[in-house]
Design a protein around this ligand. Sequence first.
Ligand SMILES: *Cc1c(COP(=O)(O)O)cnc(C)c1O
Length: 402
Amino acid sequence: MTSNQGNGAPCYSGSDSLAVHAGREDLTALGVHAPPLDLSSTNPLPGVEAGGESYEAMATGGHPTAGGNVYARLWNPTVARFESALAAVEHTEEAVAFASGMAAVTAAVLAAQLRHREERGGGVGHVVAVRPLYGGTDHLLVSGLLGVDATFCGPFGVAAAVRPETCLVVVETPANPTLELVDIAAVVEAAQGRPVLVDNTFATPVLQNPADIGAALVLHSATKYLGGHGDAVGGVVAADASWAGALRRVRAVTGGLLHPMAAYLLHRGLPTLGVRVRAQQASAEKMSAWLSAHPGVRRVHYPGTPEGDPTGLVGRQMRGPGAMLAIELAGGYAQAAQVAERVRLFTHAVSLGGVDSLIQHPAALTHRPVPPEARPATNILRLSIGLEDVADLQADLAQALG
Ligand SMILES: *Cc1c(COP(=O)(O)O)cnc(C)c1O
């Protein structure tokens, strides 16, 4: 832990303190209070050799500032501040940020293939993906766009699905959209030494740190809770230095960069992440209880209920059940569509994790590209609980449920 006075002496270690100060350690020494926003696309070079060193480092997984800053596709200091802050709160050595969560997933799969080829000398890589997954991730792996074979399985099917050429195991917990919890440590064990990527978008580092229990890669759609205000799209992967080198190399070559303005906003979201997530979670717990008692709701999917957490992962793997929930409507698709269209305080929109509450129909929207056998039921709505008064959220759903 570093001092925000820049003298190197540790003066804090708590996760909320880290979220407020990480990536800002040098500000006092710089004589500023807010992080500088560097929008340069290119940088003046002191000599011909210096820039070349950075280019060479890019191609070999070294640090792209080896020869100083050259070009924004290699490195940007505002993006790097967000990355170092995210690494601190996810307990990893480094983090690499991307243009979106899907750009981060793409880079992680490509980096895993790259390492697989370098370590084993060739062949098409293979990915094991634990369902359910975010619709976009599921679709990307099914599509074959990245040139990898993918095997889909349930949380207990990983050991049987792993092959000699498996270069990555992908898992999401809580999973999108029905909030199933997966035991990360059990998946890591079943992966038999293969790297495990955990999509930690729903849990956030406030509630869960997968790197502490063996995940090699921790991924976020930063668009969601990290930014928290619905005004920036981004993705990030937290990992050790050697994975970060491979990810930066993929990013520099394929160009899925996070814009510095978005990095600034995402970094600004981190100091309030803890209070936002805990307050939204407290409201979600109340909404879950209220919805469970509503006659129009057949079932609530929420990790804070006994059915939502059958193996007791909340308290062990997660520090709380989170602020996302899903409901099954007694009146089927027609009622789900009615609720989504009638809400007035909730916004009917995809995305999640912001300060305002959102509601969406996964089968019709986010999970539409998913093959029918893995698509959520049509009577399910997914709710992202924001910071509004619980009484107002309940009144809105009461009128929408009719
Ligand atoms: C939204 C989301 C993604 C994709 O992120 P984008 O920023 O939209 O590209 C990946 N995983 C999960 C769990 C998500 O919710």
